[in-house]
Design a protein around this ligand. Structure first.
Ligand code: ADP
Length: 652
């Protein structure tokens, strides 16, 4: 594809009423089971994770597999620090029973020094462990982000027709960011804490099996609390992610359409719309904060009860002489130490639940299959002459049985080097017709061939390399003019770039700029006029030297004088290329080898140029729709003296 045209609806106003926050209006859920096709857009679901949690978790963990070695190291380090963490109560017990009660002052110094040393070692290992985990997490997330972005670039137009830019942006940025917490902290911290809890259990059972059992009885209570918490907070986090995406979407739309907003003085409306979304996000965040706050004191209460129980059971044991005082102190220290891993696990559980909600949204993008993709056994389109044939081609945008056909039974044959002008009222299907050729969409019926090669049987990339397309909606990147021209052919030399700019009558202008071809275009090309942007887009296409050229002729952006110069140049450029032009100008139709007049998706009139008379003359003589349009629709233009040739041509 040489000139990316903007998919419809990517920046336009969309109604939200009654729509799902994740779906564009009218988005259809993919039919049947299996991966959704990209024409379905992204699905939206009710509160709570829609599918079972385990497959998502398993899939997330799969991303950690390539880093198994490093993560094993991290877990071993976690084991080491867990062991160190378990040692202070043991040292305290030893100190109380053996050193303090027996007044061994020098040994207490050793014990205190040992504790200090251990905490230093623990600090060092922890630093390394946390950094390596965060590093690995960031690498994984980097990989996922690239994977999603690459996948997005493979999805077809039909996906973008329905997807909402802001929503997609939030999936690629905010949602994936959440995952960095999962990979970078949560997974390893949870594992470490589980190890610590099990370690404590082992030590306590070894010390005194009754106290060990008491501790064991606490574990189900801890697990139960966490399970209840996760269940409640899960839908809340999902709502937060959805509202965040909706807010991003509203913001993106307002900013992209700022010109229209200001033009109609709708700033207040936009501010209100955005703040409504913001309010919904606030409410969603508050709800999850409420749930979290409700559950946060739970471990404290549990620990209070446990400490009381320990004091009661162990205190009686000490009085009865079955338990040492040191064991009692060591035990209560362990119970206090429990608080941190439980708390941390609770917090990490939060992260895991958030990550599951985010991952579901990310995987939804990754699972969307491009509707247009290489057929099995697709081969690259060999070098072509440019004979294009449409045979009985029908196409409906929705693709479903009830969807209106944008094209119906279209037949056409273009010989190599011919120029085919497509004319007809707006909405007739002209753009749709030219979009089918590079397979922006696939026809539901009929066949399109280039030099006899069925376009669905060749690789999409080779097909698009053979076709250059310059549409009216021009997108320029935030780069220099030279880079924008060379976008489709980054290997183009400066001379070639200047040649293309010369053809579209831009070379002189670009050279007159202080930075010449290095002049930045600015975001969305704001520093250039509409006509200049269109000409740059055309130069971009010319530079790729396509065999087949598709153009939506500029209607108003280029002034008459420039257009005349461009027409002359294009006359030279189209030699040897099959050219399809959505024609708006008399000059073009006069030059055309064929004219197809479309109405309601059908070719209702057509003519080919012969030695005797041009297609234009033939159609005028036929006195049908074409002639009618010529006299009515273009009369006004003729009267402005912009193209005095029109009427003369029309009455020839
Ligand atoms: P033209 O280029 O002749 O103005 P189009 O090919 O753009 O006409 O449109 C033909 C028909 O298809 C119109 O009814 C239009 O509303 C519809 N259409 C065009 N693009 C889309 C799209 N992306 N999704 C759904 N319908 C579309």
């Amino acid at each position: 594809m040489k000139e990316p045209s903007q998919p419809r609806g990517s920046g336009g106003m969309r109604q939200q009423a009654g729509g799902n926050a994740l779906q564009g209006p009218g988005a259809r859920r993919p039919q049947g089971k299996g991966a959704p096709g990209d024409k379905g857009g992204l699905g939206g679901k009710g509160p709570g994770l829609s599918g079972p949690v385990r497959p998502i978790l398993r899939r997330l963990l799969r991303y950690m597999r390539p880093h198994t070695a490093i993560l094993t190291g991290v877990v071993l380090a976690a084991l080491a620090t867990s062991a160190i963490e378990l040692s202070p109560p043991w040292i305290i017990r030893l100190s109380v029973d053996r050193f303090i009660l027996e007044r061994q002052t020098a040994r207490i110094w050793w014990a205190a020094g040992g504790l200090l040393l251990l905490s230093l070692v623990q600090g060092g290992i922890d630093f390394l462990r946390l950094y390596v985990t965060a590093y690995t997490g960031q690498r994984i997330v980097f990989g996922i982000r690239n994977e999603v972005f690459e996948h997005l670039s493979r999805l077809s137009f039909s996906f973008y027709d329905r997807a909402r830019t802001g929503d997609l942006m939030s999936r690629v940025t905010a949602d994936i960011d959440v995952l960095s917490n999962f990979f970078g902290r949560a997974a390893v911290i949870m594992l470490t804490n589980i190890l610590i809890l099990l370690g404590m259990l082992g030590v306590l059972i070894a010390w005194d099996w009754r106290l060990g059992l008491l501790f064991l009885a606490l574990l189900p209570l801890i697990a139960l609390g966490m399970w209840a918490y996760a269940r409640q907070v899960q839908p809340a986090w999902r709502r937060v992610r959805r509202q965040l995406a909706a807010l991003t979407d509203a913001l993106q739309e307002s900013l992209a359409g700022i010109l229209v907003v200001k033009l109609f003085g709708r700033e207040r409306f936009e501010v209100k719309r955005t703040s409504q979304r913001s309010e919904r996000l606030l409410q969603a965040n508050l709800q999850s904060a409420r749930i979290s706050s409700l559950w946060m004191p739970y471990p404290n209460v549990l620990m209070g009860v446990a400490t009381g129980l320990v004091l009661w059971v162990a205190g009686r044991g000490v009085i009865g002489g079955v338990l040492s005082l040191g064991a009692l102190i060591g035990f209560t220290t362990y119970v206090q130490m429990l608080l941190r891993p439980i708390r941390q696990t609770g917090m990490m559980l939060n992260v895991v639940v958030q990550s599951l909600a985010a991952a579901e949204r990310v995987f939804e993008v990754l699972d969307t299959q491009p509707e247009v993709q290489d057929a099995p056994g697709a081969y690259p389109l060999p070098s072509i002459e440019g004979r294009v044939r449409f045979e009985g081609v029908s196409f409906a945008y929705g693709g479903g049985p009830g969807d209106a056909e944008a094209l119906r039974d279209v037949d056409l044959e273009a010989a190599p080097g011919e120029m085919i002008a497509l004319v007809g009222p707006s909405g007739a299907g002209k753009t749709t017709l030219v979009h089918l050729l590079p397979r922006f969409y696939d026809a539901q019926k009929g066949q399109i061939t280039i030099d006899g090669h069925d376009i669905t049987q060749v690789t999409v990339q080779s097909l698009r390399e053979a076709i250059g397309i310059a549409l009216q909606t021009v997108f320029l990147f935030d780069a220099s003019i030279g880079e924008n021209i060379a976008y489709g052919n980054p290997r183009a030399t400066q001379r070639e770039i200047e040649w293309a700019a010369g053809v579209v009558q831009m070379h002189g202008f670009i050279q007159s700029l202080p930075m010449g071809y290095g002049t930045p275009v600015g975001e969305r090309g704001v520093r250039l006029s509409g006509g200049q942007k269109q000409r740059i887009a055309l130069a971009r296409v010319l530079l790729t030297d396509p065999r087949i050229l598709i153009m939506d002729e500029p209607t108003s952006s280029v002034d008459a004088e420039t257009e005349r110069l461009m027409q002359q140049a294009l006359q030279d450029v189209r030699v040897g290329r099959t050219t399809f032009v959505i024609a708006h100008r008399l000059w073009t139709v006069q030059q055309a080898d064929q004219i197809l007049f479309l109405r309601d998706g059908q070719v209702v009139e057509r003519a080919c140029s012969t030695a005797e008379r041009s297609a234009h003359e033939a159609l005028l003589a036929a006195g049908g729709d074409y002639q009618h349009m010529v006299t009515l629709q273009f009369q006004a233009e003729t009267l402005t003296a912009r193209e005095p040739a029109w009427l003369e041509g029309g009455t020839q």
